[in-house]
Design a protein around this ligand. Structure first.
Ligand SMILES: [Zn+2]
Ligand SMILES: [Zn+2]
Length: 403
């Protein structure tokens, strides 16, 4: 079969590899669609894992082989896959810290080599311990919708980390595919969303998906990828002594825009944004801020923008080793919570499936580009460097139901 094999940093080659063999408790699935996720982009571009591997974990396809001991599945069924499944019994799981469970950290889907998801290949082997995560796709829904269950799950999981009430006001910083999903889901939950981004077209989409207010962090200039990170947030200047962001990939746990260096600018926005924030929260401050851009400056701004007892949720700070200054009295005295959320929550999957397949959360508008398997590298390149008209990028191997 054909597969896009990771051979080293920034080196992805489409090669012929053996179709994976399955064991008695496993499935073989012919891949139809696989979402390009920034966590994979990082691994490929930075070369953080040892090659060779076949990445791609937002996978949907058709079951073609069923192991002798597998019950409840048959060939021909269209399914969406989940490559991490918690054991639900260990110490971490009993504390609902599913992403910290030892079984969860094992990757249960592979197209060969060290298991890494395998979605950028024609066939994947689905191991027995991730079978509880296999979801059947209803006839009216597309493979693409199935492939987006995983990113939607990560978003819903993150929202459930927050203690929000209907009518609350929440900042969603960054309106990439993930930021837009946050905006949409929060709107459906009765939350007033203030959306920020540097790309005007994304702010328009944010409006369409339910943002009540939008602010362009680039100071009204035409923003492509030239951003000041400190301008992404709504209010305030870069704190004294805070570093400018180094350019990063379109990073973030699951799909965000990328800040690059452009010192200056943004200050004109601050005054207007401060007033807006004052007005829309009646001087209280935000109830919560969700940061989908890997910018420390935006987090620091958000610490000033949320009310006492409010929450700041980090979704894109996945790179280790960098320190940032935080006034800890904002946590201790003002009781502002600094939270993180990573990966999916198996226990909300049922809800995710209902929202997506009923199209109450219609994910189809998030998908803007599809590439054939042979062009996986181009798909990753586009997802890493989004254009004004690109959102979620998929690698597809079958004619998908029209999006
Ligand atoms: Zn993902
Ligand atoms: Zn566990």
């Amino acid at each position: 079969m054909r597969a896009a094999v990771y051979r080293g940093p920034d080196d992805l080659r489409v090669e012929t590899v053996p179709v994976p063999r399955i064991q008695a408790g496993e499935l073989l699935v012919k891949v139809a669609a696989c979402g390009v996720c920034p966590t994979d982009i990082k691994k490929i571009q930075y070369g953080t894992l040892t090659p060779p591997r076949i990445f791609g974990h937002e996978t949907a396809g058709t079951i073609v082989r069923v192991g002798a001991r597998v019950k409840g599945f048959k060939p021909g069924e269209r399914v969406a896959l989940h490559h991490h499944i918690p054991c639900l019994r260990c110490h971490a799981c009993r504390h609902r810290a599913f992403a910290q469970c030892a079984q969860y950290k094992r990757t249960g889907i592979t197209a060969g080599f060290e298991p890494a998801g395998g979605g950028y290949a024609e066939y994947v082997r689905v191991m027995s311990f991730v079978l509880p995560g296999v979801v059947k796709i209803p006839p009216r829904n597309s493979f693409a919708e199935g492939a987006l269950l995983e990113p939607v799950n990560t978003v819903l999981k993150a929202i459930q980390r927050l203690t929000l009430l209907r009518g609350d006001t929440v900042l969603v910083a960054g309106q990439g595919p993930i930021g837009l999903m946050f905006t949409r889901l929060l709107k459906l939950k009765g939350i007033n969303v203030l959306a920020t981004d540097l790309i005007e077209s994304r702010l328009q989409l944010a409006k369409k998906f339910g943002a009540r207010w939008t602010v362009n962090g680039s100071g009204g200039e035409r923003a492509h990828e030239q951003h000041t990170s400190e301008a992404i947030g709504v209010v305030g200047r870069r704190p004294p002594g805070a570093p400018f962001e180094t350019p990063t990939l379109s990073g973030g746990a699951h799909g965000v825009t990328r800040p690059t260096i452009r010192p200056g600018g943004g200050d004109e926005v601050s005054g207007a944004a401060t007033q807006l924030l004052e007005r829309i929260t009646r001087g209280r401050g935000l109830d919560a801020a969700i940061i989908t851009v890997p910018s420390d400056a935006v987090v620091q701004q958000a610490l000033g923008q949320v009310r006492g007892g409010g929450q700041i949720l980090l979704f894109a700070h996945t790179r280790r080793g960098r320190q940032t200054a935080v006034d800890l009295a904002t946590v201790c005295v003002d009781e502002k919570d600094l939270l993180g959320s990573y990966s999916a929550d198996f226990t909300v999957q049922k809800k995710v499936v209902q929202w997506v397949f009923s199209r109450r959360l219609d994910v189809r508008p998030f998908i803007t580009h599809t590439f054939p398997l042979e062009q996986t590298a181009a798909a990753i390149e586009l997802a890493a460097h989004p254009t004004p008209d690109s959102l979620k990028v998929l690698v597809v191997q079958e004619t998908l139901t029209p999006l």
